[in-house]
Design a protein around this ligand. Structure first.
Ligand code: HAM
Length: 415
């Protein structure tokens, strides 16, 4: 037997309904908040992420599925959606058609990480991006959309954490303060942290090595180094969240594992998820569009892990199955008529099934019960001769004869 690749999953019937529920609510929210869909390819040039996500990130350093294709080009499976969304926005000059672009996308992402509960190598994101709006009200709208997703899915044990990582103006001062506070302790940190100190000191906050944590916990906080405009912006975001009644907490360690963030960062943490507890994360990225060759447009967005949303859904969310109809055929002549009946029901929008092997009435009704059919339509030789079918309400175990021509209508009423 050839098995699936480590870190990838088949989503089987029985589970897929939970996925569809999540996708349905996500799409419905985008519709209500005015976000339109943009679909980008799964493969991109490797340099898009080196430049977009950032050379110093773990994603680019360790986790990309990058390869040389048969034409000699360096290609990668996308590890995240944001650089692709920006690329498409720039490549198609969408700033003209959509000066205030509010976009979303859904699909698979790939990161070569160590698989564990809630962490796969192929996983799926619901991704939301906004280009061209800098007012704190849009930060609050994006966070509101993220929070509404979690609450409308019925995920109760969740916590919103926010932070601000400043901008190109104030970041250097914060970096300086970080390095100063580290001092000689830097030598005691892991090799990754030593590298981070040289390339992008903010990334030290990404460190997961337990021995390094006491030193990192004592480091300065980004919000204490914000310039005046960044501080005002962050106060604006908090004010809107308070007005919406959305509970938030500041997390000083929330610098996010990607290099493009400026100002607002946020995550929603699921309290039932274990180690991989980030249900979604995002933030503002004001320099990225320009960096990737586009106009000077600000940006903000987030991505939710669909696997993690599905894991955090309430257990009680049984898949709501549509009421089904089971067509029962007795005898060869009736069978041809029953097949026609089956097609008519489906064309009329009624989900209907039938047993294709010739079986007894009892066996067919048993099967109807197993698929939880609400109604059975019995087509037999006697009924045919009279130009009728029998419509049986499976829940009440009641049945009646109806003229063949009115069968679809009678089934609809019985449902
Ligand atoms: P991220 O925090 O790297 O951000 O990923 C967002 C979400 O994707 C995570 O919170 C998590 O739910 C899910 N996720 C990430 N890696 C895995 C994995 N290996 N297995 C399962 N789920 C995973 C981004 O990707 C940014 N592009 C978000 C963003 C959009 N920022 C601005 N706009």
């Amino acid at each position: 037997m050839i098995s699936a690749i480590r870190g990838t999953h088949d989503i089987l019937p029985g589970e897929v309904e939970r996925w569809q529920f999540v996708e349905r609510i996500a799409r419905s929210l985008c519709d209500r908040y005015g976000y339109v869909e943009l679909r980008t390819p799964v493969i991109e040039k490797e340099e898009l992420f080196a430049k977009g996500s950032g050379e110093s990130t773990d994603i680019v350093q360790k986790e990309m599925y990058a390869f040389t294709d048969k034409g000699g080009e360096r290609i990668t499976l996308r590890p995240e959606a944001t650089p692709s969304m920006v690329r498409a926005y720039v490549e198609h000059s969408l700033e003209h058609a959509l000066p205030f672009a509010k976009l979303f996308s859904m699909g698979p992402m790939f990161r070569y990480e160590r698989p564990q509960k809630g962490r796969q190598r192929q996983f799926h994101q619901f991704d939301v991006e906004v280009f061209g709006i800098s007012d704190p009200a849009i930060d609050a709208e994006v966070i509101d959309l993220a929070w509404s997703l979690v609450t409308e899915l019925g995920i109760a044990q969740a916590e919103l954490v926010i932070n601000s990582v400043g901008c190109a103006e104030c970041r250097p001062k914060f970096h300086e303060a970080l390095l100063k506070a580290l001092g000689n302790d830097l030598q005691t940190l892991c090799a990754d942290c030593q590298r981070r100190a040289a390339t992008n000191p903010l990334r030290i906050y990404d460190c997961k090595v337990p021995a390094d944590q006491p030193v990192i916990d004592a480091l300065p906080h980004a919000i204490d180094y914000l310039c005046e405009p960044c501080a005002t912006h962050f106060a604006g975001v908090r004010g809107h969240l308070d007005a919406f009644g959305i509970p938030w907490k500041i997390s000083h360690r929330l610098v996010r594992g990607l290099d493009y963030y400026t100002r607002t960062t946020f995550e929603v943490l699921g309290q039932t998820l274990g180690a991989q507890n980030a249900i979604l994360g995002g933030g503002r990225y004001d320099g990225l569009v320009k960096k990737l060759g586009g106009p000077d447009r600000v940006g903000i967005g987030f991505a939710a892990g669909i696997e993690r949303l599905v894991l955090a859904l309430p257990e009680s969310l049984a898949a709501v199955k549509p009421a089904r109809v089971f067509v029962v055929a007795l005898g060869d002549d009736a069978r041809a008529e029953a097949l026609k009946m089956l097609r008519e029901l489906r064309a009329a929008g009624v989900p209907a099934e039938m047993e294709f092997e010739a079986r007894s009435m009892k066996a067919q009704l048993k099967r109807a019960d197993r698929v939880q059919a609400a109604v059975a339509v019995i087509v037999g030789g006697d009924e045919l001769a009279r130009g009728e079918v029998t419509v049986r309400d499976m829940r009440k175990s009641e049945q009646r004869a109806v003229p063949r021509a009115q069968a679809v209508e009678a089934v609809r009423t019985a449902l």
